[in-house]
Design a protein around this ligand. Structure first.
Ligand SMILES: Nc1ncnc2c1ncn2[C@@H]1O[C@H](COP(=O)(O)OP(=O)(O)OP(=O)(O)O)[C@@H](O)[C@H]1O
Ligand SMILES: [Mg+2]
Length: 188
């Protein structure tokens, strides 16, 4: 499976294997609980707030009201958000952007799903590379592994949702996904 394939490609490294093992382990022990997306977002934002401040980037939260309770693995969803926000911070920091701003938004979609998006004012994704960036080992960073988005997409797939990227109309990019509401409903 994937591990042999990677070894064959000669891209084997301790760090890659460690991350893949963590991910596969996380997949096996993946749990589904009724979760509040806004709480997960706040926790992830707390974890990156120091890094954002150090790089003089404003991290803003715009959390919607009346989000449906979702059925998710909160640790995995937080992992995805951390990957996305770190990418956003790195994108802004890698260029001389006049505006240095990351916004994490949540909202209830018209079909009662809970949507979260991470928007940045970085350089955006070059045309035609919108899908390539989700492939493993695709990176433009000197110390990047190109694993963040590929792992994030797999996690969101297992939550019956889709991780997608769209251009930020104001410049930069937006990554977003929508989680289905938990059965039995309930609003946060
Ligand atoms: N918000 C973004 N703005 C611009 N480019 C992005 C953004 N997010 C990802 N990318 C591009 O997609 C590539 C792949 O991202 P991914 O998170 O998979 O890997 P990485 O950040 O390079 O390394 P890793 O996450 O494994 O440390 C990045 O190297 C970057 O070129
Ligand atoms: Mg990354």
């Amino acid at each position: 499976m994937a591990l042999e394939h990677i070894a064959a490609q000669g891209k084997l490294s301790g760090e890659i294997i460690r991350r893949l093992r963590d991910f596969l382990r996380a997949g096996k022990t993946s749990r589904r609980v009724r979760a509040d997306l806004n709480s997960i977002v706040k926790e992830a934002a707390d974890l990156v707030s120091f890094e954002a401040r150090r790089k003089e980037i404003t991290l803003q939260l715009e959390l919607g009201n009346e989000l449906p309770t979702v059925r998710a693995d909160p640790i995995q969803i937080e992992q995805v958000l951390l990957n996305l926000v770190r990418n956003a911070i790195e994108a802004i920091d890698g260029t001389k952007c006049a505006r240095r701003e990351v916004v994490i938004r949540t909202r209830r979609s018209s079909d009662n799903r809970a949507e979260v998006s991470v928007q940045d004012t970085g350089p955006g994704i070059p045309e035609g590379e919108g899908e390539t960036i989700f492939e493993p080992f695709v990176t433009t960073k000197p110390d990047g592994m190109g694993m963040g988005l590929s792992i994030s997409r797999s996690i969101i797939d297992t939550h019956d949702a889709e991780l997608e990227s769209v251009p930020n109309p104001e410049g930069g990019s937006i990554f977003r996904f929508m989680l289905p509401a938990a059965e039995g409903g309930g609003l946060q």
